[in-house]
Design a protein around this ligand. Sequence first.
Ligand SMILES: [Zn+2]
Length: 100
Amino acid sequence: MQSVGVPPDSHIKPVLEIIKEEITLTMKNKRICPKCGSSDIRIIDGYAGAYGSGNNIMTGATIFSAVNVDRYICCSCGFTEEWINTEDIPKIEKSKKAHK
Ligand SMILES: [Zn+2]
């Protein structure tokens, strides 16, 4: 007997993933504040300067281990969001400083 009306679980999950992406990527990709809806978003690019300065995460002991963190700031309400490049994610995963 075929089920009618309720789609199987495998059809539900991708939709939830899409909704999740829509919410989480709002500020970074659409430049819209998820808190107040403003589009006045400014970006401070992450960088690694001398003596640990800059907006970054040190995954090891040297500057080469630094992962830059970009900040997205809403100039309407002050909400900020931080993102790293996806190619830097393995550095975080391998770092002894990062834990679950
Ligand atoms: Zn805002």
